[in-house]
Unconditional design. Structure first.
Length: 273
């Protein structure tokens, strides 16, 4: 049994770790509302003026649109490839199965700079010009891993007897997928997609090697970080990136904590039919 002192110590240590991780992010949010264009403490006043400045900046808007477009396409690609790979690894036994699984997970374990250099070398070798499509390919290499892990974990938690019962009672492949498989996997796919989009939206290292002349929002922040006059706008852009990254992660965490079945009684509906 844990003592009172142990519980208090764990609470204090957890609070310290959370503050250590979140205090810089909170500070960026505070500076986004700073009235002055100079970062100083205490803040002389509060304003939302810099949000308007950032929104009407054509470079910010074009970078935001590029990041959203790349994130959506990379996420869609990851959902298709990641879920297909997860089904193949879960349902079939073949030579080299564990090696294939390891190779699928490896890209997210490698340092981003290694992945970026490798992709850039491949593009040069293949004669591909750097564009937003090369960014999508680079982001998909690690977004696929997120979807693959989520779907595979959900498949392993799902009893195979559900599918067997559905087919034994007369349901065809489409009915089994619609009423049994999809309700179980839906939240895993949504959570994987949200996490993949969040990773793609704020990725900067791989993007640096695959973007060429394209400027995503994180690259815009990095390029303009040391310009004093742009610092208030950069704080606003960084704050928006934090918010747009945190929201999908929160939703994904809540979905993955769920049982994974959006439509309760779906299997019973199949059996009744």
């Amino acid at each position: 049994m844990t003592t009172r002192a142990t519980r208090i110590g764990l609470v204090v240590w957890t609070t310290f770790v959370v503050c250590f991780l979140w205090l810089p992010l909170v500070l960026i949010g505070v500076y986004a509302f700073n009235k002055s264009n100079i970062q100083s403490w205490p803040i002389p006043g509060w304003t939302t003026h810099w949000f308007s400045e950032a929104w009407h900046d054509p470079d910010v808007r074009s970078s935001l649109w590029l990041s959203v477009k790349v994130g959506l396409v990379a996420t869609g690609t990851a959902l298709v490839l990641g879920s297909m790979a997860a089904f193949a690894i879960h349902r079939f036994r073949f030579f080299g199965r564990e090696s294939v699984s390891f190779l699928l997970i490896l890209p997210i374990a490698l340092p981003g700079i290694i992945t970026g250099i490798a992709l850039n070398s491949f593009y040069v070798f293949a004669g591909l010009s750097l564009s937003w499509w090369t960014i999508v390919i680079g982001h998909a290499t690690f977004c696929v891993v997120v979807v693959y892990n989520n779907v595979l974990a959900r498949l392993r938690r799902t009893s195979g007897s559900l599918l067997e019962a559905s087919m034994d009672l007369g349901a065809d492949g489409w009915q089994t997928f619609r009423f049994v498989t999809w309700p179980v996997l839906s939240t895993a796919l949504v959570a994987g997609g949200l996490l993949a989009f969040a990773l793609s939206f704020d990725e900067v290292i791989v993007t640096t090697f695959t973007a060429g002349a394209q400027v995503t929002l994180p690259i815009f922040i990095l390029d303009n970080l040391h310009q004093g006059q742009q610092l208030p706008v950069i704080n606003v852009v960084a704050f928006v990136v934090i918010v747009l990254t945190v929201i999908p992660v929160v939703f994904a965490q809540r979905l993955m904590r769920d049982t994974g079945i959006l439509r309760r009684g779906a299997a019973a509906a199949v059996i009744a039919k």
